[in-house]
Design a protein around this ligand. Structure first.
Ligand code: 6GU
Length: 248
C-alpha cells in the first residue's frame, strides 16, 4: 500500500518511522511519502493561508498550493492508479473500524491534514468530481490540525494489512472486530506474576477449562461494555446476545 501525506508540519509525521508502521515500511509492506505543502508555494513567505471570505476568526488554507501538490502527487502514480483522498476534518464522517477495514483494502491513500480553519472548499469540490474523497473525523472534539488524526488513521489501517501484525490472530477479537464478540469491548487481561501487590488472578483463568474461560471472558466483556459504552449494547443486534448475556 502507498500512503502520501501533505502537510505544513512534516516533522509531526515522524512517528510513522517508529514501531508497527515504521517496521511495515522497513519491510516494504508500506510506501509512506510525507510532503511539505510549502514546496508548492511560489512567494517569498511560502504563504499557505489567507483570511476567510465573509469575515470571521482564523485563517483558511489557500487552494492553489493544495491543487499543485495533489496534481503532482496524483500524476506520480503507477499507470492509471487513482488514490483515495482522505481529508481529516472535525466536520467529517466518523472514522470507525469499518472505515479502517475498507481503506486498508485500497492500494493508495493520500491524506491532506489541514491547520487553521481548514482548506478552501473548492479543493474538496474539485477533487471530489474526479476522485473518491472522504472527509473524516476521529471523534467529537476539536484538534488544532489534522496531523494527529492522520497518525491515528494510518496506525489503524496499517495493522490490518496482511503480514503487518506479528500474529494473524491478533485482531480477531479486537474491540469492534466482526465475529463472536462483535458489539462488545474487550475485557481485562492478566499475565505473570500470579500474585502482584497481594492481588491474584481470577481462578477460572488458571482452571484450564476452555469453555468456562470463554464464558467468563464474554461476561467480563459484557459488563465492561455495559459500564463504558452502553450505546454499543443498545445499538447491537439482539440476536448477538445469548440468554446468559441478558441476565448480566
Ligand atoms: Cl480529523 N481534525 C481536527 N482538526 N480535529 C478533529 C478531527 C480532525 N477529528 C476530531 N477532531
Amino acid at each position: 500500500m502507498r500512503l502520501d501525506v501533505v502537510t505544513i508540519f512534516p516533522e509531526y509525521l515522524e512517528p510513522l518511522n517508529v514501531s508497527l508502521v515504521g517496521k511495515a515500511r522497513a519491510r516494504g509492506q508500506l510506501d509512506v511519502r510525507v510532503h511539505d505543502l510549502r514546496n508548492w508555494t511560489h512567494d517569498k513567505h511560502n504563504t499557505v493561508d489567507d483570511t476567510p471570505y465573509g469575515g470571521g476568526p482564523g485563517m483558511v488554507m489557500k487552494p492553489e498550493p493544495w491543487g499543485e501538490a495533489l496534481d503532482e502527487i496524483i500524476a506520480s502514480g503507477q499507470g492509471d492508479e487513482r488514490p483515495v483522498l482522505v481529508v481529516p476534518t472535525p466536520s467529517g464522517r466518523p472514522f470507525t473500524q469499518e472505515l479502517a477495514v475498507e481503506l486498508s483494502g485500497k492500494p493508495w491513500l493520500v491524506f491532506t491534514p489541514a491547520r487553521y480553519e481548514g482548506i478552501d472548499r473548492r479543493v474538496i469540490e474539485e477533487y471530489g468530481e474526479r476522485f473518491d474523497v472522504r472527509e473524516v473525523s476521529i471523534g467529537d472534539y476539536v484538534l488544532a490540525g489534522g496531523e494527529a488524526p492522520v497518525l491515528v488513521m494510518v496506525e489503524a489501517i496499517a495493522r490490518l494489512l496482511p503480514g503487518v501484525l506479528g500474529n494473524a490472530e491478533s485482531h480477531r477479537d479486537d474491540s469492534f472486530a466482526p465475529g463472536a464478540m462483535a458489539d462488545l469491548l474487550e475485557g481485562p487481561v492478566y499475565t505473570k506474576p500470579p500474585e502482584w501487590r497481594g492481588r491474584g488472578i481470577p481462578e477460572v483463568l488458571l482452571s484450564g477449562h476452555h469453555g468456562r474461560i470463554a464464558r467468563w471472558r464474554r461476561d467480563e466483556a459484557f459488563k465492561r461494555t455495559d459500564r463504558n459504552r452502553p450505546d454499543l449494547i443498545e445499538r447491537a443486534d439482539p440476536a448477538s446476545f445469548d440468554k446468559k448475556d441478558r441476565e448480566m
